[in-house]
Write a protein that binds this ligand. Structure first.
Ligand code: KG4
Ligand code: ZN
Length: 329
């Protein structure tokens, strides 16, 4: 039998992404149209602008994806699309277009949870990775530590109680006037700083938990820098070290608790070079997807779609967007 051709679409936040996957892990094309220039003046994503920009580019992006992959629309076997979590207006654009194509071509529509997409992004770079494994989802909207037992079988071990880790990077960069998005900027500037220059506390929780919290670290940076001279390289290097210490501490606790040693690190912050280095230094069996699959992309949605498709798990056509969709209901 011919390998299925699945189109994956993600419009959950500020990137319009379209990919075409052949079989389990042959990414024929993975296009991302970034809106970052339009949101930069505001120092964060403006939902109204995001949905308008998705509308403007999505059809052209789909056409370009088909052209680049030398695939005709008639050849697609299924269409996978993010239906949550994310910004409601943004999600609506992707889902509506996907529904239109699925209806017109009479092919299966597969609604994908964006977080499941991030989890499956690891298979694009490591197709041989076997269940079970731990997945640390670190992005602008999410910080979740998940035990991935099988397709659709997830146990949430811990999540953030306030800001997501990428959000903390973005907010710290904003308060230091470094630009947007903050993650890649801090990653670069921190290389020239002393990570031990400033002592920023890792938040303590009552009782046993694998949860995270980053707003206190961000506030500590604010109070440290308020009204005094500082070396920005040292501040961001110390911030980054504290964040990574915290992530690594939780990962080790989760390994202790579950006995699982394999760790996939996914989502935008998994692109962070210091985090990657630290996981290696700690001799943790870490799996980081290629950079293109770390930040939001359509290939990871198509990948999750493939696993659902082969199990016959197709969505109803009346599926609706769910901006606050959870990984585990
Ligand atoms: O996964 P993603 O593209 O979108 C969400 O689903 O949120 O993640 C975007 C986040 C932003 O907060 C950005 O600052 C962060 O990922 N990020 C990074 C790096 N590259 C992107 N954070 C730290 N280091 C990086 N190199
Ligand atoms: Zn994401």
């Amino acid at each position: 039998m011919r390998e299925p051709l699945i189109m994956g679409i993600d419009t959950s936040c500020d990137d319009t992404s379209v990919a075409i996957l052949r079989g389990r892990d042959d990414v024929l094309v993975n296009l991302v149209s970034s809106q970052v220039e339009f949101h930069r003046p505001f120092g964060g994503v403006v939902p109204e602008i995001a949905s308008r920009k998705h509308i403007e580019v999505i059809i052209q992006l789909i056409d370009k994806a088909l052209e680049d992959a030398s695939v005709r629309l008639e050849e697609l076997d299924a269409i996978a699309v993010t239906y949550g979590p994310g910004l409601i207006g943004s999600l609506l654009v992707g889902l509506t277009v996907a529904k239109g194509i699925a209806y017109m071509r009479d092919i299966p529509l597969i609604g994908i949870n964006h977080l499941e997409g991030h989890i499956f992004s690891v298979f694009l770079s490591f197709p041989e990775l076997k269940f079970p494994f731990l997945s640390l989802i670190v992005s602008g909207g999410h910080t979740e530590l998940v035990l991935v037992k099988d397709v659709g079988e997830y146990e949430l071990l811990g999540s953030t109680r306030d800001d997501a880790v990428g959000e903390a990077y973005d907010k710290v960069a904003k308060l230091l006037g470094l630009g947007y998005p903050g993650g890649p900027i801090i990653d670069r500037i921190a290389k020239g700083g002393d990570p031990f220059a400033i002592n920023l506390p890792i938040p303590a929780f009552k009782g046993r938990t694998l949860d995270f919290s980053f707003s206190g670290i961000k506030s500590a940076v604010y109070y440290y820098t308020k009204g005094k001279e500082y070396r920005v390289e040292d501040v961001v290097a110390s911030f980054q070290k504290t964040v990574i210490d915290f992530l690594v501490m939780r990962v080790k606790e989760a390994m202790e608790e579950t006995g699982i040693r394999k760790l996939a690190v996914v989502g935008g912050v998994s692109a962070n070079t210091a985090l990657r280095r630290r996981i290696r230094e700690e001799r943790i069996e870490g799996y980081f997807p290629a950079f293109a699959y770390c930040t939001d992309n359509g290939a990871m949605i198509a990948e999750a779609g493939y696993y659902r498709f082969v199990k016959g798990e197709i969505s109803e056509f009346n599926i609706e967007v769910n901006p606050s969709l959870k990984l585990i209901e």
